[in-house]
Design a protein around this ligand. Structure first.
Ligand SMILES: Cc1cc2nc3c(=O)[nH]c(=O)nc-3n(C[C@H](O)[C@H](O)[C@H](O)COP(=O)(O)O)c2cc1C
Length: 446
């Protein structure tokens, strides 16, 4: 039997099974309950050594490699699970988060099982400091429009604990993955904002966790922060310029931070490895501010492995990643144009459009909850079309990655018709099931 026939058979079976199971899942559990159960299941799955190769095999059969060049890297496949699923538990303080890592807890459910099954994943968003997120019910479904709504509120363990956690599992991380770092909600001083973003990036670099790409999330639609506040040209120029400077500094002042050209990045790898804890170069902010040093993650790693500090004597695999930026769907046309110009000027390699659409929460219209899926699709398509036109008109070297309502072959083709090669999805998981990415790729003709 050819691989194509096997793939078709498996995807048809997966699609049919989920179509049958979905009404029952929706009837038996609210979106909130389903989300919590899924996280519990992922926590369990991550720990099953026998299961991970099986999930990997399933992915191999349903989502074959289809390399695509985008945003300064060559990705294995064009579909990426968007930020927000594999982001980790919330904590009240960094000490608590680090203690949990040291105690060997799985603070990031899905870190192993999700990439094994679904392929490319953007981990995060991670903010500089841990966040507990919003209390109560924070996720909803609108089945009629195949949409989700959430006000999770950037719950996450904070960049440093996330970096330590992933560093302790570096040898089991997927070959390619992204890390999404978000601006800190509620921080209005642009300099502090920039410094916190730099500290977050530095935490991963210093721990030797080198993703395939970093995404800087400038939009925080479901926190009580002004979702547009960080997406002005001035603030974007400052934070993106500083982030790119840090990445180039880490690469030894090199311009090239792409996946290609391993030889070119040898020195960058050595620089990062040797700067792992006390690099004076990485310890100074791009704007001359001295930033807190990242303490050694060796304790966490040693404890996690039960012996030695294997991993930190090794060079980080790979190269210095490019920076992508994620924007919201509710900016004016002029704001998108100005941002794209800033991204081109500062060296951002791709823009992810878009995050969720801020909307009154179903249970309390005075609160904001971000809409994804069907109700976001039309606006995301508009924004992507505008960015693509602007990019073509000015020759900006910034790729556009579509995100917003990609759920099937039709939505995939709508973005592809605008020249989009790579797409992110989240809500599709709810309506198409765990093989959503593979189904979309198949239906999209990949
Ligand atoms: C529960 C939930 C949590 C999310 N958390 C994040 C996040 O932490 N960072 C981020 O950049 N986007 C986050 N998102 C937004 C998604 O990454 C994506 O941009 C959005 O859902 C639109 O894609 P979709 O229409 O395929 O759902 C979240 C989405 C959901 C549904």
């Amino acid at each position: 039997m050819s691989r194509r026939v096997v793939r078709q058979g498996m995807l048809t079976l997966a699609d049919l099974s989920y179509r049958l199971a979905r009404p029952l899942i929706f009837r038996l559990s609210s979106a909130q309950e389903a989300h919590e159960r899924m996280l519990a299941a992922l926590r369990w799955a991550d720990g099953q050594r026998w299961l991970i190769p099986l999930l990997g095999r399933l992915r191999g059969l349903t989502l074959p490699p289809a390399p695509v060049s985008v945003g300064g890297v060559v990705l294995e496949t064009p579909l990426i699970l968007a930020a927000g699923l594999v982001k980790g538990d919330g904590f009240a303080s960094e000490d608590e988060a680090l203690a949990a890592v040291n105690a060997g807890h799985n603070i990031m459910p899905g870190w192993r099982s999700i990439p094994a099954l679904m392929g490319l994943v953007e981990f995060g968003s991670f903010t500089r400091w841990p966040r507990l997120g919003n209390p109560g019910v924070v996720t909803w479904r609108d089945v009629h429009t195949r949409s989700t709504q959430n006000r999770v509120g950037l719950r996450n363990p904070g960049a440093r604990a996330a970096a330590f956690f992933l560093a302790g599992r570096r040898d089991r991380l997927p070959r390619q993955f992204g890390i999404n770092v978000a601006v800190s909600p509620g921080v209005s001083d642009p300099q502090q904002q920039t410094d916190e973003v730099l500290e977050s990036l530095r935490a991963f670099l210093a721990a030797g966790v080198i993703p395939t790409w970093f995404t800087l999330n400038l939009s925080c639609p479901n926190t009580e922060d002004d979702p547009r506040g960080h997406q002005t040209a001035d603030e974007a120029r400052q934070v993106c310029g500083a982030a790119i400077a840090l990445l180039q500094e880490a690469a030894g002042g090199r311009e090239s931070i792409t996946a290609e050209g391993a030889e070119d990045t040898e020195k960058a790898q050595r620089d990062i490895a040797s700067s792992s804890v006390h690099s004076p170069r990485l310890g100074v902010g791009a704007y001359g501010h001295t930033l807190p040093q990242i303490p050694s993650p060796r304790d966490a790693v040693a404890r996690e492995r039960g012996a030695g500090v294997r991993g930190f004597s090794e060079r980080p695999a790979g190269r210095i990643p490019p920076l992508w930026v994620k924007v919201g769907p509710n900016l004016s046309d002029d704001q998108y144009r100005a941002l794209l110009r800033v991204f081109a000027e500062t060296g951002v390699r791709a823009v992810v459009a878009t995050n969720t659409l801020p909307w009154p929460a179903p249970d309390d219209p005075t609160l904001t909850a971000g809409v994804g899926g069907g109700r976001l699709f039309a606006r995301a398509l508009e924004v992507v079309a505008l960015l693509q036109a602007e990019r073509a008109a000015h020759g900006h070297p910034v790729d556009v990655i579509a995100c917003g309502g990609v759920q099937d072959g039709a939505t995939f083709r709508s973005f592809a018709a605008l020249g989009i090669a790579v797409m992110q999805y989240w809500t599709a998981l709810v309506y198409r099931g765990p093989l959503a990415g593979a189904l979309i790729a198949w239906e999209g003709g990949l």
